[in-house]
Design a binder for this molecule. Structure first.
Ligand SMILES: [Zn+2]
Length: 246
């Protein structure tokens, strides 16, 4: 199990060549792995299951963690019954941000949601190439359910829509710098795609949230800002996206 931080003489520290430390979760010895090709990390000396929820850290994880203060990253979270897990990010207000690169079963998702309670998922949409292509074509030809905030009905509920349909906590899909066209219009700024459930049909609905507002929401408790559509008067019927938020 790879970690960004370990305890060295009681202090949280990143891996440096030849450094030894202990795992903040299980207390076992960890060694610094500082190779040429992999990101530098700490690795348990013995093969053991320290936290079975932990997934190998990728560049994508590192990038996201790097948005937040050091002390918020890889925080051990305890439940009343003594169960403990390492949260990818836990803010100073107690919000856990789980960065999920690989798919996980609905059972595991639910147990993590119950364990952390106050949490959001950020999902790596670029894990599978097929997801990106499918998502692109879905939003391009999707039906706009609502202009402000912009809600889209993906119609086809396969792949990523099925895997990440919200259970109890909010889900945000991250497609990095990929550009999207929604019903003929380009988006004006980078977004995360929030997955919601339609209150009546219980189907997945998607809503683009500005990336900047998501980061502000996590860092400072700011408002999530959804994009909105401005309809031009007739005969210019083409909808247009503007920097209007709700
Ligand atoms: Zn450990």
């Amino acid at each position: 199990m790879k970690l960004r931080y370990a305890l060295v003489d009681g202090e949280r520290q990143e891996a440096q060549p030849k450094l030894r430390g202990s795992c903040p979760n299980c207390g076992m010895d960890v060694v610094a792995k500082c190779g040429q090709f992999r990101i530098w990390h700490w690795s348990h000396k013995q093969k053991l299951e320290c936290d079975h929820w932990w997934e190998p850290e990728t560049e994508w994880h590192r990038k996201w963690k790097g948005v937040f203060p050091d002390s918020w990253q890889e925080v051990i979270h305890y439940a009343d019954d003594g169960e403990r897990h390492i949260a990818d990010v836990k803010t100073d207000t107690g919000l856990v941000i789980e960065l999920q690169h690989s798919p996980i079963s609905p059972d595991e998702r639910l147990s993590r949601e119950m364990f952390y309670k106050q949490m959001v998922w950020v999902v790596d949409g670029l894990r599978y190439k097929t997801d990106l292509e499918a998502f692109r074509s879905v939003v391009e030809f999707a039906t706009i359910l609502r202009d402000d905030p912009l809600y889209i009905d993906p119609r086809r509920k396969t792949g990523i829509f099925r895997r990440w349909a919200p259970l109890q906590t909010p889900v945000f899909i991250d497609f990095g710098d990929e550009q999207f066209v929604v019903a003929g219009c380009s988006l004006l700024e980078p977004v995360l795609w929030q997955f919601l459930l339609h209150p009546v049909t219980n189907d997945v609905v998607i809503a683009p949230v500005t990336r900047a507002s998501f980061v502000d929401y996590c860092l400072n408790g700011g408002e999530l800002r959804h994009l909105a559509v401005l309809r031009r008067p007739m005969p210019l019927r083409r909808p247009r996206y503007v920097r209007r938020y709700r």
